[in-house]
Design a protein around this ligand. Sequence first.
Ligand SMILES: *Cc1c(COP(=O)(O)O)cnc(C)c1O
Length: 407
Amino acid sequence: MTDADVLFTEARTLDAADPLAHHLAAFADAPGVTAYLDGNSLGRPLRDVPEKAAAFIRDDWGTRLIRSWDEQWMELPMRLGDRIARVTLGAAAGQTIVADSTSVMLYKLIRAGVAARPGRDEIVIEAGNFPTDRFIAAGVANETGMTVRWVQPDELTGVSADDVASVVSERTALVVLSHVDYRSGALADMPSITRVVKDAGALMLWDLCHSVGAVPMHLDDWGVDMAVGCTYKYLNGGPGSPAFAYLAAEHHGDVLQPIHGWWGAADIFAMGPEYAPVAGIRQLLSGTPPVLSMLAMQGMLDLIEAEGITAVRAKSITLTDFAVRAYDALLAPLGVRLLSTRSAAHRGGHITIGHDAFQRVTQELWADGVIPDFRFPDGIRLGLSPLSTSHEETLRGILAVRDALQR
Ligand SMILES: *Cc1c(COP(=O)(O)O)cnc(C)c1O
């Protein structure tokens, strides 16, 4: 038996024992795609999304017309936020909303955070954080005359509490970090880091784009101040579906976002002369929410809620552990580097591998219906969305990488 045969046997055994395997069929077919390993960038649609979208357009919009605002849509950003909070964030109701893009929501929360810490003049952010996070933090620093202080963590293991402790001080207003590093998949120790930041008197803002829906969290228990995340990655909300934002109840009323639209006003329909912020989480809203784009994520939340995020995480770990074993057997001998930690406890839902030929390899794989994610200049991310990905599919993808490298 070849290494590949042994791994196929293992993959089939793991799939047969996978308590979540029956959900694979809930996702829409993608003709011609034999391995979709990019669920961390754009989750697949559930099979019933077209039907639900058609019903929404026919009934909620087409028939109920503007009455639907009163009947259900006005409250949707808060109701859906509460669901995300309960199912994935470990947060009580009334602290999470769905709106805007992650980038816009980052601006609102970073700007609000620094305004809530007057006299402090530094924003701490990781040098390797996702570009939009760095750009927006630097933009707010420019706008407010503050300084960005960079954390430079180990690339493989990600940012640690010690890294953060070495840069925060009485000058720090706000710390912005990703829970799961978008490149290496490194999982940050959210409770310890949050404690370090709060002990310094600063506010902690977590970016959850690459962890929400894959890694369990307890934002309330861990004392997190603010968080923001995408819904089109592991929550399968579809391209451009809106972000969610969490603001701990203790900050309502004194952490105020800067885009003063009518949806964040105390009385939306008062049409008064001046803006007065509402006391609750709705203050994070600015304008009319994208109701149609909030549809697809609801089915995914149903699935995660039915199984529980702990079970989803357990599957995620068997997938990434298996991917590392397949890497060892099939790709390491070809000079491919592992750019993620081997420790499942310190890793999110994806692993990254590196090779100089990966730009060419990715182009060939995409043309063949094997779809990983390319990260310039030489990284391939294998994003293994737990509910929609099997071990066998993961192996097909890794074998395709091997075959393309050998061509
Ligand atoms: C995907 C991602 C974003 C994307 O932000 P958008 O405004 O939705 O484009 C931001 N931050 C991180 C860490 C991400 O992974």
